[in-house]
Design a protein around this ligand. Structure first.
Ligand code: SF4
Length: 395
C-alpha cells in the first residue's frame, strides 16, 4: 500500500481533477497522509505565474516524496514547460478523464476498499463537462484540455444524489465551459439539468461555477429564476469591457450583449474574470472596462494580468509593460472592493441563510461572504449587523 497526498493549483476544475485522482487512489486501497510516499500535483498553466508556481510545487514535492506525479493542464502543455524536473517526477500527459486510471495503474491497485470517499467538507463540486471548443486567442485551455465533452445527465444527477446523501448541502456544477453541456441522447441542456439537479431532495443550494455570457439565454435565466434552490449568484467572465479588445481576444460577444443579457439578473450577485494588459488594451480601452464593470454591477472581480501562453494566437504579443498591468489590476481590485462593500451594505438589517464552510465564515444565498458563528457544514439563519472588508458581520 502506498501513502499519498494530492494537491492542486488553479481553478475549481483543477481541484475536481485532483479529487478524482484522490478518490481513485483511495478506492484502490492506498491511504492519504500529508507526508506520504507519493505526491500528486495537479497543475495549472493559465498564466505564466500559474505555470511557474506549478513547477515550483512539483520541485518542492520531489524533495519530500519518493515519487511525484505531475498531472493537469501544465503537464499537457507543449514545449517542455515541465522538463528538467528531478528524476522522481513523472509527468502524466493525459486528458483529465484518463488521468486517475493512469496514475493508479502506475502505482498499482490493491482492490476496492473505499469507493465513495467524502471528498469535500461542505460544498461538493460536481463536474458536468470538460474542455472547450471556443478557442479564444489568448487561451491555452483548449490546447491542454481538448474540445468540449459532457458527462451524461444521468451520471451527473446520480453523483449529486450521492453527494447530498453524504451530507453536502451545496452542490456547485463545474466545468471549463459549463454552457456547452449537452446530453443530446437524453435531451438535456444546462437549463434542464439545473432544474432537475435543483430538485434533489435534501439539497439546500445549487450554484453554477461560471458561465459564458453567450450561454446566458432566456431558457437558462428562467431555470435559474424558477428553481428555488439555485443561489442568486452568477460568475460571468467579462475579460474586457472594450469591443475592440474583445474582438482581438476572439471572444464572441460585444459589450452591449454582455450588458443586455445580465439585465434579467439585476437581483443576482454578479462576479467576473477580467484580463488586464491584453495587447490591444490602451488607456481608453481600460477605461471602458472600468465603466462596464460598474454598469453591469459586477462585485467581486478576479483580475488576471495578461501573460502570453505558448501555442495561442497571441503567444508572441505582450506590448503592455508589467508596471501598467499592475496599476490597472490595482485599480480594478480597488473598484471590486468598493462594489462588494456597497453590495454587502445593502443587506444591513436583512436576513440570509449562510452555509458555514470554515470556522467563523460562510457564504450567503448570493455567495456574499459572512462572518458568522456556527458549526462547519451548518446552514444558519442570520441578520446582517455590520460590514467589514472581509464580509458581512452577523448580529
Ligand atoms: S471560453 Fe475562451 S477563455 Fe474560456 S476556456 Fe474556452 S477558450 Fe479559454
Amino acid at each position: 500500500m502506498a501513502t499519498f497526498d494530492v494537491r492542486f493549483l488553479g481553478c475549481k476544475v483543477s481541484h475536481l481533477d485532483a479529487q478524482d485522482v484522490r478518490a481513485r487512489l483511495l478506492a484502490d486501497g492506498h491511504s492519504e497522509r500529508a507526508d506520504g510516499d507519493v505526491a500528486v500535483v495537479n497543475t495549472c498553466c493559465v498564466t505564466h505565474e500559474a505555470l511557474s508556481k506549478s513547477r515550483q510545487a512539483a520541485a518542492r514535492a520531489a524533495r519530500t516524496h519518493r515519487r511525484v506525479y505531475v498531472t493537469g493542464c501544465a503537464a499537457n502543455l507543449e514545449g517542455g514547460a515541465l522538463s528538467g524536473l528531478p528524476q522522481n517526477v513523472i509527468v502524466v500527459r493525459r486528458r483529465s478523464e484518463d488521468t486517475p486510471a493512469a496514475v493508479a495503474a502506475d502505482l498499482g491497485a490493491l482492490g476496492c476498499i473505499n469507493d465513495d470517499a467524502r471528498l469535500e467538507r461542505v460544498r461538493a463540486f460536481v463536474k458536468i463537462q470538460d474542455g472547450c471548443s471556443f478557442s479564444c486567442n489568448f487561451c491555452v485551455i483548449p490546447l491542454v484540455r481538448g474540445g468540449t465533452r459532457s458527462r451524461t445527465a444521468g451520471a451527473v444527477l446520480r453523483e449529486i444524489r450521492r453527494r447530498v446523501d453524504q451530507g453536502h448541502s451545496e452542490i456547485v456544477l463545474t466545468g471549463i465551459n459549463l454552457g456547452c453541456f449537452r446530453d443530446r441522447e437524453a435531451g438535456y441542456t444546462l437549463a434542464r439539468l439545473v432544474r432537475e439537479a435543483g430538485e434533489t431532495a435534501g439539497l439546500a443550494r445549487l450554484r453554477l461555477s461560471s458561465i459564458e455570457i453567450n450561454h446566458v439565454n432566456d431558457e437558462l435565466v428562467a431555470a435559474l429564476r424558477e428553481t428555488p434552490t439555485v443561489a442568486r449568484h452568477l460568475h460571468v467572465p467579462l475579460q474586457s469591457g472594450d469591443d475592440d479588445v474583445l474582438r482581438a481576444m476572439g471572444r464572441r460577444y460585444s459589450v452591449a450583449t454582455y450588458l443586455r443579457r445580465l439585465e434579467e439578473l439585476v437581483d443576482f450577485n454578479l462576479t467576473a474574470d477580467v484580463i488586464v494588459g491584453f495587447p490591444a488594451e490602451d488607456e481608453r480601452a481600460f477605461a471602458n472596462t472600468l465603466r462596464v464593470v460598474q454598469e453591469a454591477r459586477l462585485t467581486k472581480l478576479h483580475v488576471f494580468p495578461y501573460s502570453p501562453r505558448p501555442g495561442t494566437k497571441t503567444a508572441a504579443e505582450d506590448p503592455v509593460p508589467a508596471a501598467v498591468k499592475r496599476e490597472r489590476s490595482r485599480r480594478l481590485r480597488e473598484h471590486s472592493l468598493v462594489a462588494c462593500l456597497e453590495h454587502w451594505r445593502a443587506k444591513l438589517g436583512r436576513e440570509d441563510v449562510v452555509l458555514v464552510d470554515r470556522p467563523g465564515r460562510g457564504y450567503g444565498d448570493d455567495y456574499s461572504p459572512w462572518l458568522v458563528r456556527g458549526d462547519v457544514g451548518q446552514l444558519v439563519c442570520v441578520r446582517a449587523a455590520a460590514v467589514t472588508d472581509e464580509g458581512i458581520l452577523a448580529a
